[in-house]
Design a protein around this ligand. Structure first.
Ligand code: GUN
Length: 291
């Protein structure tokens, strides 16, 4: 069984990015600059954004964290987005999701300059991705594609079952895995909460991409021998033995499933770091293709 080690792979790719920064920025060019907007006090979001800022430092990017209170209004947030769009020193930025309930996420995404949309959530980028045109790919699916590519997981003609149909992971990874490319060329089934006979479908999978957000959902009897599993879940479950009071687990019952796998990504240390590495790649792209 191959452990798809997102930490190790990220370290390699981040070193490559750091070298690009040194080579290009050397003496007389400022480094790429990523900004992150964080609204409210969601502990998981705070941790994700902290890791994104830390990763920027690691590769020599500049970064700015813009924290706003939970009470920020829609118009205040839109004004902030307008000002970031116009800031020539910010190459790319993200608005960390989820945003508070009173904020209209769609309107926020529509306001982000597509040329700075390093999350790939703007319809321009999402549509371009669907058409196979150059775009910013959403970071998590992009990180998964990078992982499959670098570990040389065969995907051509394989049956890939995606669990979950979110805009951030399930839907875009379905498009990417089915497109005519390498990795890609897979026959993709997208399964969701209304899917019937799910175990029958997952047992026919060569590749399972689990992105439902339900701890330990994928059990050993749901998969066939030799399957490759990408676990996108990052679920916090109570753990009195941990100093934090919780631990992170995936959507896959890793300990019981791993014996059946040809390859599997762990949680933590799998897709999570790859998502951040993909965000760095997108920021580099925004910086180099600046209009
Ligand atoms: N929340 C969970 N995943 C993501 C992501 O990839 N980007 C943003 N902005 N928020 C998220």
């Amino acid at each position: 069984m191959i452990l798809l080690d997102g930490n190790k792979l990220s370290e390699i790719i981040r070193k490559e990015i750091a070298i690009r920064v040194i080579d290009f920025c050397g003496k007389d060019h400022r480094p790429p600059h990523l900004a992150a907007v964080l609204v409210g006090n969601n502990p998981a979001s705070q941790a994700y954004v902290r890791n994104k800022i830390k990763a920027c430092e690691e590769v020599g990017f500049a970064s700015t964290l813009i924290k706003k209170p939970e009470s920020i209004s829609q118009s205040e947030l839109l004004n902030l987005i307008d000002s970031i769009n116009e800031d020539p020193l910010i190459d790319g930025y993200i608005v960390q999701l989820p945003v508070p309930r009173h904020i209209d996420e769609v309107e926020i995404n529509l306001r982000i300059d597509p040329n700075k949309d390093v999350d790939g959530f703007h319809p321009n980028n999402f549509g371009r991705m669907a058409l196979g045109l150059s775009s910013f790919l959403p970071a998590t699916p992009m990180g998964i594609m990078m992982m499959l590519d670098r570990y040389q997981i065969p995907t051509d003609g394989k049956h890939c079952v995606v669990l979950g149909r979110s805009n951030i992971v399930g839907t875009p990874i379905t498009l990417l895995m089915s497109k005519k490319s390498k990795p890609g060329n897979a026959t993709v089934t997208i399964a969701h909460s209304r899917t019937q006979n799910l175990s029958q479908i997952t047992r026919s999978a060569d590749i399972i991409i689990a992105a439902l957000g339900i701890p330990y959902f994928v059990k050993a009897d749901m998969v066939s021998d030799g399957v490759c599993i990408i676990d996108v879940g990052i679920n916090r479950i109570d753990d009195a033995n941990s100093s934090k009071g919780y631990r992170l687990v995936g959507d896959v019952d890793f300990e019981n499933v791993k014996h059946k796998c040809s390859a599997i990504s762990p949680v933590p240390g799998g897709v999570g770091p790859m998502t951040i590495t993909a965000l760095l790649e997108n920021t580099w792209k925004a910086f180099r293709e600046k209009k």
